[in-house]
Design a protein around this ligand. Structure first.
Ligand SMILES: *Cc1c(COP(=O)(O)O)cnc(C)c1O
Length: 377
């Protein structure tokens, strides 16, 4: 029987095992576990891959968001606009710093934050917008940067799911996800498009002053040893993880292509299936399919998920509940009915197996079962 996984990191490792093992053993034999040379080298290599002036590595993607917000000098009560349809880290870091999260609806087709909803949410106290490039496709950065310029706002791109995605501006130029706003953040959680073998994260920026501040805040607020200019935190990328990431960065474009090939197969095989809506593609962004997420119509999502499970096909619901209804965020005072677009997405979305090792046989099996489910109806 076919063994299908949501994410297959083991097969991916088997293919690059000699490179990875070499990288790991050379770190161990040098014993430079903290801030070893691979950390600096990885930052340099990611910098040139992204075409950005500064990459500052840190402990994980949640820290990356927190460090940026601390470095921008945001004050308690400052309003930060973000989307209701994302992983909790995006909202959590805003709340943790005593800033006021202002939650807005995503677009139903792209799943990304809606520019018109951001525009409606801006007040004189708004200081920043945090778009998330969800599932591997960029949010509408022309629209977001335009609002930011007009209202003098910071833009922090949460690019944790979009490492390597390209944004195409209206004027024809392009930039990598995370390098467009005031700063961008990413996560190297193992299942991300660029993932390590544990935790890791990074911040990107083109602003020299901000970069220095970020580096200091990630290191206890220290620029000169044992002199503390800011209240900071301790957030570092392990040398071992940096060495692994140097290997995986060399394969990133191929990995993203493999995901796009799998997505292309899904698109073709499932086109015309009435019961589902395929992921919306936007002209202004490439899509590197961190997730391949369909919408299942007519209340059939959970039934389809169960049917796939019975046929040994895993699937996941990203994300099952709107953030404004989570217990911890009730204090923000939103009503249950405030976010109908998010509600509908949480009821309809289903992410299919998506990783770099999916083969033709697996994809045929998955799509045949999905089509079969709807034929039975
Ligand atoms: C994974 C993820 C994060 C957090 O990354 P960690 O490294 O797990 O802290 C933040 N935002 C989004 C959108 C993510 O997908």
């Amino acid at each position: 029987m076919l063994q299908i996984q949501m994410v297959d990191l083991k097969t991916q490792y088997e293919r690059i095992r000699p490179e990875i093992d070499d990288a790991i053993f050379s770190v161990i034999s040098s014993s430079a576990f903290i801030k070893g040379p691979d950390v600096k080298q990885f930052e340099e290599e990611l910098k040139s891959y992204l075409g950005v002036n500064h990459v500052i590595s840190c402990g994980n993607g949640t820290d990356a968001l927190q460090i940026v917000m601390m470095s921008l000098g945001l004050k308690p009560g400052d309003e930060v606009i973000t989307t209701n349809f994302t992983f909790i880290a995006t909202l959590e870091t805003v709340a943790l710093l005593g800033l006021k999260p202002v939650i807005v609806e995503p677009e139903s087709d792209s799943f990304n934050i809606s520019v018109s909803e951001i525009a409606r949410a801006i007040t004189p106290r708004t200081r920043a917008i945090v778009p998330v490039h969800l599932f591997g496709q960029c949010a509408d950065m022309d629209g977001i940067m335009d609002l930011a310029r007009k209202n003098n706002l910071f833009v922090i791109e949460d690019a944790a799911q979009a490492t390597g995605a390209d944004y195409f501006f209206a004027d024809g130029k392009s930039k990598k996800a995370g390098t467009i706003g005031t700063a961008g953040t990413t996560s190297f959680f193992p299942s991300k498009n660029l993932g390590c073998y544990g935790d890791g994260g990074a911040v990107y920026t083109n602003d020299d002053g901000l970069a220095a501040k970020i580096r200091s805040i990630a290191n206890h607020g220290m620029k000169i040893r044992y002199h503390y200019d800011d209240i900071g935190l301790n957030s570092r990328l392990d040398t071992l993880q940096a060495a692994i990431l140097r290997v995986k960065l060399r394969h990133l474009d191929d990995y993203n292509k493999a995901r796009q090939t799998a997505a292309g197969f899904y698109d073709k095989a499932l086109a015309g299936c009435d019961g589902i809506v395929l992921p919306g593609r936007k002209k202004y962004s490439s899509h590197i399919f961190h997730q391949y997420t369909i919408k299942v119509r007519n209340g059939k999502r959970d039934e389809l998920k169960k049917y796939l499970e019975e046929n040994n096909i895993p699937s996941m619901i990203y994300y099952p509940g709107p953030l404004h209804m989570q217990q911890a965020y009730r204090y923000l005072g939103y009503r249950d009915s405030d976010f109908p677009v998010t509600d509908a997405l949480c009821r309809e979305v289903l992410s299919l197996p998506m990783h770099t090792e999916l083969d033709q046989k697996q994809l045929e099996y998955i799509t045949e079962k999905i089509l079969g489910f709807f034929q039975k109806q």
